[in-house]
Design a protein around this ligand. Structure first.
Ligand SMILES: Cc1cc2nc3c(=O)[nH]c(=O)nc-3n(C[C@H](O)[C@H](O)[C@H](O)COP(=O)(O)O)c2cc1C
Length: 276
């Protein structure tokens, strides 16, 4: 709910203009909130020159005054860091500090979500990585064994190209080599709540991208684990993570200190663009 301090409000109307739901009007030369359709986007807080707006149920300590010194990113540096980002598959045996994990999750929290539904939540796996590796490896190997069964299934057979890889992964795992999670010290799992939003897959993907950028800026490396995300549909893993029926894994990020140095960026396909 929008809360306007009428003693501070100077009736400038900037919040009225920027409210997509027309949920603020001017009454007696002061802004007045209707609070009918508000989605708590917070634009009214951000735009108010008098700092006269609050949102109930939100922590005002989250709000930081804009200062170009600390808020501006140089475009070429941003482009370079995005080009230089790599999926990391070699990690040092070094713990990731809790403060850094919290910072990465904070970035996920502040990434935009459709209609500001904020349907995401996060699981940090750190102490039980070995257990989770075993459960996931066993499960993927079960799929290898079931290969014949779902070979003709148009949905499941998309994974057939992975069957050989899972088999090799399993054989290597038995010899002590982890080609699934690459011995990453932690995994952050991004969950969406189907009750809160139908658009959550995109929300989770956007959060993951920003989280990866933040991890990189903290000198950490990241690799998405699509194999885990796939396996996480299975009840064994859902039970392991204590997932309620409304929550689903969107993506999962393996994170740790990189044990590899890249010296340059990589090439990519030219963009396919239509200009109208
Ligand atoms: C959604 C998603 C799932 C992925 N799953 C895996 C995975 O399970 N295992 C893995 O080693 N890499 C995985 N990757 C990493 C991709 O293979 C990698 O991004 C791609 O080869 C390009 O390399 P780069 O990230 O270094 O640019 C995944 C990447 C994405 C975006």
């Amino acid at each position: 709910m929008i809360n306007i301090d009428i003693n501070k409000c100077n009736g400038c109307g900037l919040c009225v203009n920027d409210c997509i739901y027309n949920d603020i009007i001017i009454v007696d030369k002061k802004a007045s909130a209707l609070n009918t359709l508000c989605n708590s986007c917070g634009h009214c807080i951000a735009v108010c020159p008098q700092n006269a707006v609050l949102l109930d149920n939100y922590d005002i300590k989250d709000v930081i005054e804009f200062n170009p010194k600390n808020f501006t990113i140089k475009p070429d540096n941003l482009l370079n860091s995005i080009k230089f980002r790599r999926s990391i598959r070699h990690f040092k045996k070094k713990k990731v500090e809790v403060e850094k994990i919290k910072k990465i999750i904070d970035v996920g929290r502040f990434t935009p979500t459709a209609n500001n539904n904020q349907p995401l939540s996060f699981i940090v796996v750190q102490n039980r990585m070995e257990e989770l590796t075993k459960i996931t490896m066993d499960l993927l190997y079960d799929y290898v064994n079931e290969y014949e069964t779902y070979m003709n299934d148009p949905v499941l057979n998309q994974n057939i190209k992975y069957i050989n890889r899972w088999k090799i992964m399993y054989d290597e795992y038995k010899k002590g080599k982890d080609l699934l999670f690459y011995n990453a010290p932690i995994m952050i799992i991004i969950l969406h709540d189907r009750r809160k939003s139908p658009y959550t897959l995109i929300d989770g993907g956007l959060a993951a991208t920003n989280m990866e950028l933040m991890a990189n800026s903290l000198k950490l490396g990241v690799c998405h684990s699509g194999f885990f995300t796939f396996a996480a549909e299975n009840q064994n893993i859902r039970d392991f993570l204590y997932l309620p029926s409304n929550k689903y894994v969107v993506t999962s990020l393996l994170i740790g200190y990189p044990d590899i140095k890249y010296l340059r960026t990589v090439p990519r396909k030219k963009p396919e663009i239509q200009w109208f």
